[in-house]
Design a protein around this ligand. Structure first.
Ligand SMILES: [Zn+2]
Length: 277
């Protein structure tokens, strides 16, 4: 697409603190509030300012990507209701990785709304251990998503990839979004952050990014932290879109540029780790 997003992308990449979840003060909570919005015919943003939750609508119920955490989970639930949906219709909660900011509210979606929680076996194992970041109500082990598996809900199909790095079992998902009925291939990379240590893990991360780079036909980046793919900036453009304008989230060039950037960042990290700095 254009250089504006690539520039934004770089700034986001350099400045953002991935997965920097802490107890929220009242003013933090205010800063996190975002009115929910529709991005595609079947996809809605119901997340917060710094961490995403995405709602995918199917003909047989809803799929939620990530649960937020603490009081932000209530924010997501309210957002789902504000859009006119019933959280009881959430059939599956897909957890991108077992860090507090993504999995912290999972138990609540299980208990209050009967959502089936899915993550990889490796990250379910992580959930069973003491949290590395911050404790949270642990979800009861539901379904495991394995690499190469699919989930069908009505006519909606999700394809899963295990892309380890930030956790051993990062779960990425490929699915179709529609713009006025026209389909596009979207990808949610479940763990783009470099907030982990150890060269072994960094090598895994690099393999994951290289593998994602091999996937053909991805046109839409659905990030689990909104800043890394300029979700709010793109939404502003979407709101002013005229007939015939392209959809601002359909941007394969910046998807590829982002992956290049992730790879460079990880390679630099690996060099530091192997150099002992
Ligand atoms: Zn995170």
């Amino acid at each position: 697409m254009n250089s504006k997003f690539q520039k934004l992308l770089l700034i986001s990449f350099l400045s953002i603190n991935f997965c920097n979840a802490q107890e929220l003060s009242e003013s933090d909570l205010d800063n996190e509030r975002v009115a929910p919005f529709q991005v595609f015919d079947n996809l809605y943003y119901v997340g917060a300012r710094t961490v995403s939750a995405w709602l995918l609508e199917s003909d047989q119920g809803l799929i939620l990507f990530d649960s937020l955490y603490g009081e932000l989970t209530a924010l997501a639930i309210n957002s789902i209701r504000d859009l006119g949906f019933d959280p009881d219709d959430i059939r599956y909660l897909i957890v991108s990785h077992a860090h507090y900011d993504h999995v912290g509210g999972a138990r609540r979606f299980q208990e209050e709304f009967g959502a089936v929680v899915m993550m990889t076996e490796a990250d379910w194992n992580m959930v069973a251990e003491p949290a590395i970041d911050q404790e949270y109500p642990k979800p009861i082990r539901h379904l495991s998503a394995s690499d190469g598996s699919t989930l069908n809900l009505g006519r909606t199909r999700l394809r899963f990839f295990q892309t380890p790095g930030v956790t051993p079992g990062v779960l990425s998902t490929r699915f179709t979004v529609y713009d006025n009925g026209y389909p596009y291939d979207a990808f949610l990379f479940g763990g783009a952050g470099l907030n982990f240590s150890g060269s072994d893990r960094t090598e895994l991360y690099i393999s994951s990014v290289e593998r994602i780079m091999q996937l053909e036909g991805i046109e839409v980046n659905i990030p689990n932290h909104p800043d890394v793919a300029d979700v709010f900036e793109r939404y502003e453009i979407l709101q002013e879109r005229q007939d015939g304008d392209p959809h601002p989230f359909v941007d394969p060039e910046s998807w590829n540029a982002w992956l290049d950037l992730l790879l460079l960042g990880a390679q630099a990290k690996l060099e530091r780790e192997l150099g002992g700095n």
